[in-house]
Design a protein around this ligand. Structure first.
Ligand SMILES: Cc1cc2nc3c(=O)[nH]c(=O)nc-3n(C[C@H](O)[C@H](O)[C@H](O)COP(=O)(O)OP(=O)(O)OC[C@H]3O[C@@H](n4cnc5c(N)ncnc54)[C@H](O)[C@@H]3O)c2cc1C
Length: 412
């Protein structure tokens, strides 16, 4: 393999595969370095319709379609006996009306196989250990292979799509604490889910689990008959239940009418896994010779399934900005890349905060159902968080507060 490349991409997840494909389409040499061997488990299984545009542009949609993933055409929110359904056919933004629920081992392998089949080398089971930049931003990246062997790759630019590995944020001291409080997620896959039949079968369910600080559970059905379930809550909430993780999740299922009924006969297909403290930010998203993408930038919270969409959008933008630079132009990375990405992140930030402080549930479960604002909210939930014509994008905080106040007036 040539150890000199135009672009070194760290991580073969959705961010890495998307950027690699776009850069290769533009005629640049790309090498991907991936610490693990695929298929590998990663959490984050519910896509948003915006992903479809991004997969299509990266010429990856056909490969994804061939997998026969279950179609997700909406999102269902549950609180006790109350239900609020958003159908992606009823949106403000003119976007895709569906997407997929994807076991990530299969989805990520599909993307990686597709880019590898186009001749993009992937150095599997190679982890980045050290990176040196010279004054012009050219880099020498030191890698360690599966048997401890060393390898070096010289690149004009590095795109870091290392996800939770956060390679460059760690090496360049760019990590920044999140403004969100510590939460924990416990999850597994199950068989025996009594999912709806016919319309709505593939929708994600987001179930509120109690009155306190809006702990919630996801239910994400797959086409292989299994279903992903998980609880997200502050550690205090979880500590009220048995200590053993499997027993804890089983006990939590009893806390809401929705999960109690639908998941009453489920069997866990692997022991419950726990992760905590996943919300994190970065001091900056780019610098001479590098840019961060996907979860290596900022990760907020799983509640609106925004992670893969933001990973692929950031990869799309970073690749386009980089193509201009490699073609001799001088793009403004802050404006063209960071500000664009943060518009979407900040829209989701408003929604995440409004979920946990109960403003969004107040809207979702209000009898007030004005079509126009429902459609605008639906487009945010579909991942169209760069449509500045949508008041829930440009002025998300104000728009949420206006509707909450109207719902409260109606309730009084
Ligand atoms: C509880 C929970 C639930 C979630 N649910 C959803 C959801 O329903 N929908 C959604 O869209 N998102 C969800 N997410 C977010 C989602 O997991 C991520 O946003 C998404 O996986 C980010 O993709 P990525 O390409 O940036 O990174 P990843 O998919 O994490 O890929 C990064 C790759 O980099 C590799 N790597 C790491 N370190 C190194 C190294 N040193 N050298 C080389 N390679 C390296 C890793 O092996 C990995 O394969 C959830 C997150 C959490 C915490």
């Amino acid at each position: 393999m040539d150890r000199t490349t135009d672009v070194l991409i760290i991580g073969a997840g959705p961010a890495g595969a998307t950027a690699a494909s776009l850069l290769q389409q533009a005629g640049f040499r790309v090498v991907i370095v991936e610490k693990q061997r695929f298929p590998r488990f990663v959490i984050g299984e519910s896509l948003l319709p915006r992903c479809m545009d991004l997969l299509e542009e990266a010429e990856l949609l056909d490969s994804v379609r061939e997998q026969g993933f279950i179609i997700k055409d909406g999102a269902v929110f549950k609180r006790g006996e109350a239900t609020c359904t958003f159908k992606f056919t009823q949106q403000f933004t003119n976007g895709w009306s569906y997407t997929y629920q994807v076991p990530r081992d299969q989805f990520d392998k599909t993307l990686a196989d597709a880019v590898e089949a186009r001749g993009i080398p992937i150095l599997w089971e190679h982890g980045v250990t050290r990176v040196e930049f010279d004054d012009s931003g050219h880099s020498l990246t030191h890698l360690e292979g599966p048997n401890g062997e060393s390898l070096e790759v010289s690149a004009r630019f590095i795109l870091d799509g290392s996800g939770y590995g956060r390679v460059l944020p760690r090496l360049l001291n760019l990590d920044e604490a999140s403004s969100l409080p510590l939460r924990e997620a416990m999850f597994t896959h199950v068989s025996g889910d009594k999912r709806p039949v016919g319309e709505g079968e593939g929708r994600i369910w987001v179930c509120l689990m109690g009155d306190e600080e809006n702990a919630w559970m996801w239910i994400i059905p797959f086409s292989n008959g299994k279903t992903s379930i998980g609880i997200v809550a502050k550690p205090d909430y979880l500590a009220r239940f048995p200590e053993d993780p499997d027993a804890r999740l089983q006990a939590i299922l009893q806390e809401s009418a929705a999960t109690r009924e639908r998941l009453s006969d489920v069997q866990f297909t692997f022991p419950v896994r726990t992760i905590r403290g996943y919300s994190i930010s970065a001091k900056r998203l780019h610098g001479p010779g590098f840019a961060l993408m996907g979860n290596a930038t900022e990760f907020l919270d799983p509640v609106f399934s925004s992670g893969v969409t933001l990973a692929m959008e950031s990869a799309n933008r970073a690749a386009k900005t980089l193509i201009r630079q490699l073609n001799g132009e001088q793009p403004d990375w802050e404006k063209e890349y960071a500000e664009h990405l943060m518009m979407g992140v900040n829209t989701f930030r408003t929604f995440v905060n409004a979920w946990y402080d109960d403003r969004l549930p107040t809207i979702f479960f209000s009898p007030m159902k004005e079509e126009i604002f429902q459609d605008q909210i639906c487009s945010v939930l579909a991942g169209y968080v760069w449509d500045e014509n949508n008041p829930f994008v440009g002025q998300s905080e104000r728009s949420v507060n206006t509707i909450v106040n109207a719902c409260k007036v109606l309730a009084d």
